[in-house]
Every structure is written in structure tokens, then in C-alpha cells.
Design a protein around this ligand. Structure first.
Ligand SMILES: NC(=O)c1ccc[n+]([C@@H]2O[C@H](COP(=O)([O-])OP(=O)(O)OC[C@H]3O[C@@H](n4cnc5c(N)ncnc54)[C@H](OP(=O)(O)O)[C@@H]3O)[C@@H](O)[C@H]2O)c1
Length: 333
């Protein structure tokens, strides 16, 4: 297939392009030329801004479009409309954040969706991100109908993950010793390896799969305690979680960059999504150990604390050693 990627050079898109190449497809990347200019040098690129610059695509035709950089309904509607006659299928990467209520466990593709107070808003932040993705999905479904595939990933992890959220936990467990672990130990956690998401996406295009799918993992339910135990089994560094409860986390003002991926009790639904539909449609998860090893290996070469770090790299997630020591003392007393 000739596949046009709107994006494709940072993290998720990079893996989607890799999966397409591995399966013998011919990708073309459309992006502004600011991010990942060195990525996939063998692949054709068309430089342009999707905000007003889609004319750079000329009269080109494709078998499929993969929209991995859509956040604003206006821009997604533009690309979905413009490409309707120029491709057969449109795959949109949405997010689990479309859910109206992050609390209830077991939500699926038919659960209620977020509604924005102002549907014209173009500010993308934690308050608007999910509602904007809902409107992007609506535009894609309206214009592409049964020829659209909408994927709603949970937290995406793996090599090239610039967010450092999952990677920071890998680094910490692999360093060994006592560390602050967000409780309760039996609290749920879900994530998806970007390469498994990409495999499902490209496979879906090949099979002309249509509809909406929540895509996360692992296949069997996991908990924070299982996650840390599995990481320790993988790295064998002698790490020991020191569990702290939500009251301790609130009292010490620990946020999402300190204890990444942890949610307070009223948002636990984001780690207990139903993935039955995606599993039924062929979603396959690689062994967790492979995700852990590959991601840590990438982090050591290119991640936020690697030598290749640039002044623009985001700050690492996780607690620094001094803060961690202070919190371990507080947790033990
Ligand atoms: N990370 C997670 O845990 C998570 C969870 C759920 C859903 N998601 C979704 O996954 C996607 C994440 O994508 P990613 O950033 O990793 O994708 P990516 O495709 O690897 O990188 C973003 C791409 O978009 C291009 N781009 C950005 N603005 C553009 C514009 N105005 N015009 C043309 N190209 C533009 C960038 O290149 P240039 O800068 O060169 O233009 C880059 O190639 C998003 O849709 C997000 O909502 C992420």
C-alpha cells in the first residue's frame, strides 16, 4: 500500500512508519520538517504544515492515510475532507482521554465521551485534549464513515518515548534499592508498547478494518505491584518498592512528573479499560520483558538522561535522589 502519514517522525508515528516498512508498504511522510528530520531517511517526505499547507500534497493519491498528528478538529476536518477522494482509508490516532469520566472501570468504545464547554477552543491542555479528540473523531467518522479506523490508545510506551513517563520507572527499578512506589500495590495499571499499537494499526489497514478500538495492554490485567515485580525480574537489580498511599502522595504534593502514570482513586478507570474489542480483532502484546529491556536500552543511548540529550530535551520524570531519600524517610516514620 501507498500510505500517507500526517506526522510520523517523533514517537508513535515513527513506529507506525517502521511497521509499514517492515510489511513491505510504501510510506510518504507529510510534516513541517521540524521534528525527527533524521528519522527514516529512506522514506519520501513532503514538507508542509497541515494548518493551511495541505496543497503541498498536490494531486497525489494513496491507498491509506494515517493521521497521527491530529489534535484540532478544524485541522482534522480539513485533512479528512481534502484526502477523501485521494485515498481509500483514513486511520486516526485518537486517545483514551476521549472518555467523559476517567473514574469507572471497564469502560469501552461505547462509553460516554467528553464534551467541551467551547467546541471552538484551540488551546490544547489537560482540560481540552480529550474533548478536542472527540470532535476530531467525529469529523473523521462523518467524512470517512466505514472506511475510517479510529484507535484510542492508553499510555503508549517503548523506545523513542519522549514523555519519559514509563521509562523513568524502568530506570528507577533497574537502579536497585528502595524506591517510592505509588499505592495501593493492587492498584491497576495499563500501557501499550508503541510497536504493538503500530502492528495492530497497519494490520488493520491491510484487513480494511473499520470502527473504533481502545488499544492498551497488557492482555491480562496488571497492577503496580505486578509491574514492579516483573521489572525487577527482568533487571535483577535488587529494587524494593516502598509503598505510599494516596494521602501521602497528596500530602507531599507529588505530581505526574514525580510519580508518572499514577492516578488518584477518582481516575483509576484510565488504567482499567476494556480491550476486548481490540483483542477480538487481533491485537497482540509482546512479552513485557521485551518492552522493558528495549526501552531501557534505548533510554541509555538516547533518552532524557543519555549523553545525546540536547538543551531542548524534556526534564526527566521521577524523583531525584535527594527528594527520594527525604520521602523514604517520611514514609518509614
Ligand atoms: N504518548 C501517549 O501516551 C499517547 C497516548 C494516547 C494517544 N496518543 C496520541 O498519539 C499521537 C502521538 O503522536 P507522536 O507525537 O508520537 O507522533 P509522531 O507522528 O511520531 O510525531 C508527530 C509528528 O507530527 C508532525 N507535525 C506536528 N505538527 C504538524 C503540523 N502542523 N503540520 C504537519 N506536521 C506536523 C511532526 O513533525 P514536524 O514537527 O516536523 O512538523 C511529527 O512528524 C497523538 O495523536 C496523541 O494524541 C499518545
Amino acid at each position: 500500500m501507498d500510505i500517507l502519514f500526517l506526522g510520523g517522525t517523533r514517537f508513535v508515528g515513527r513506529h507506525l512508519v517502521t511497521a509499514a516498512l517492515e510489511r513491505g508498504h510504501r510510506p510518504t511522510l507529510f510534516h513541517r520538517g521540524r521534528t525527527g528530520v533524521e528519522v527514516h531517511p529512506e522514506v519520501e517526505r513532503i514538507l508542509g504544515d497541515r494548518d493551511g499547507g495541505l496543497d503541498a500534497l498536490g494531486g497525489r493519491e494513496f491507498d491509506a492515510v494515517v493521521d497521527v498528528s491530529g489534535y484540532l478538529p478544524r485541522l482534522v476536518r480539513d485533512s479528512a475532507t481534502r484526502l477523501r477522494g485521494a485515498a481509500e482509508r483514513y486511520l486516526f490516532i485518537s486517545s483514551m482521554s476521549v472518555l467523559a469520566d476517567p473514574g469507572p472501570p471497564g469502560q469501552d468504545e461505547d462509553s460516554p465521551l467528553a464534551v467541551l464547554d467551547d467546541p471552538k477552543v484551540e488551546r490544547i491542555d489537560v482540560a481540552t485534549y480529550g474533548g478536542l479528540k472527540v470532535l476530531c473523531e467525529e469529523a473523521v467518522s462523518e467524512i470517512w464513515g466505514g472506511s475510517s479506523l479510529i484507535l484510542r490508545p492508553g499510555y503508549i510506551v517503548g523506545p523513542d518515548d519522549h514523555t519519559d513517563r514509563f521509562t523513568a520507572w524502568l530506570r528507577r527499578v533497574a537502579a536497585g534499592g528502595d524506591f517510592i512506589a505509588p499505592g495501593p500495590p493492587e492498584g491497576p495499571i495499563q500501557w501499550i508498547d508503541a510497536r504493538d499499537l503500530a502492528g495492530f494499526a497497519i494490520d488493520g489497514l491491510e484487513r480494511q478494518l473499520g470502527g473504533v478500538f481502545t488499544v492498551t495492554g497488557p492482555a491480562e490485567r496488571s497492577t503496580w505491584s505486578c509491574l514492579f515485580a516483573e521489572m525487577e525480574r527482568t533487571f535483577g537489580a535488587g529494587s524494593r518498592p516502598c509503598w505510599v498511599d494516596p494521602a501521602f502522595i497528596a500530602a507531599h504534593s507529588l505530581g505526574g512528573r514525580d510519580l508518572p502514570l499514577w492516578h488518584p482513586p477518582d481516575r483509576l478507570g484510565l488504567h482499567r479499560l476494556s480491550i476486548d474489542r481490540a483483542i477480538g480483532a487481533g491485537l497482540v502484546h509482546r512479552p513485557e520483558e521485551e518492552t522493558f529491556r528495549d526501552t531501557l536500552a534505548w533510554d541509555r543511548r538516547h533518552g532524557v538522561i543519555a549523553e545525546s540529550r540536547t538543551p531542548d530535551s524534556p526534564a526527566p520524570c521521577g524523583l531525584g535522589p535527594d527528594r527520594e531519600r527525604e520521602l523514604l524517610t517520611a514514609a518509614r516514620t
